[in-house]
Design a protein around this ligand. Structure first.
Ligand code: DX5
Ligand code: ZN
Length: 211
């Protein structure tokens, strides 16, 4: 069964009102998008603010869209996330992968829409998750890029053929229509932001994503 990770990017300024709705929902994970204004133009979440709203009752999936990955891994490991995902396009990813693992956190590698899927094949024996970006990283509410479907299918086949123990996740533009496409392509974890958090009923949206 596919798992849902709800991105809280769209409620970042209203966490006081809305974070409990995420915690009470049926989401499997909470997806936290960290942006530094360098790797991507936008900036999100002050750690000290975020920390007040986050507890261990849902698994966290931290997506780093930052330049200094080592610095941010050392900050966000304190939230005890299930996954920390860094970008393939970052510098020094080998060192970062080791640092995440040393903290007993699962490692995700994200790929921008224009990065070929074959690039990460050599990393599959070292990581736990591949996050296929189906929009350009940087903001929520963008439209799904359809070439992501082929990337998911290709990666899924490669993982099965070579018996890797790696999950596939997809992030960006996921709604009740695009979710069906990525599920049939073989995705394991769906990240969805605005489709869920723009609604009055998060559970209804989560249900629509998977049914
Ligand atoms: C984009 C972020 C996504 C985004 C998803 O840079 O990584 O997690 O919040 O939001 P939606 O589902 O609205 O595209
Ligand atoms: Zn994300």
């Amino acid at each position: 069964m596919v798992k849902i990770s709800t991105s809280i990017l769209g409620i970042k300024d209203t966490l006081d009102k809305n974070i409990n709705r995420v915690y009470k929902s049926k989401t499997d994970y909470i997806h936290i998008d960290i942006m530094d204004g360098i790797f991507v133009p936008n900036k999100t979440f002050e750690y000290e603010v975020l920390k007040k709203y986050i507890d261990n009752s849902k698994m966290l999936d931290v997506h780093l869209m930052v330049d200094d990955i080592i610095k941010y891994i050392n900050i966000y490991k304190e939230l005890n996330p299930e996954y920390i995902t860094i970008h393939y396009e970052n510098k020094n990813i080998d060192k970062a992968i080791d640092l995440i693992k040393k903290n007993n956190i699962k490692v995700g590698i994200a790929l921008k829409p224009n990065t070929n899927i074959e690039k990460i094949y050599d990393l599959l024996d070292k990581i736990d998750l591949v996050l296929i970006m189906s929009v350009e990283p940087g903001s929520g509410g963008q439209s799904f890029i359809y070439s992501s479907i082929d990337k998911i299918k290709k990666l899924k086949k490669y993982i099965i053929d070579n018996k890797y123990n790696v999950l596939i996740s997809v992030d960006g533009g996921i709604n009740n229509v695009t979710s069906k496409l990525v599920i049939s392509a073989g995705v394991d974890i769906i990240v969805s932001g605005s489709f869920i958090t723009n609604s009055n009923d998060y559970n209804e949206r989560i249900y629509e994503l998977v049914n």
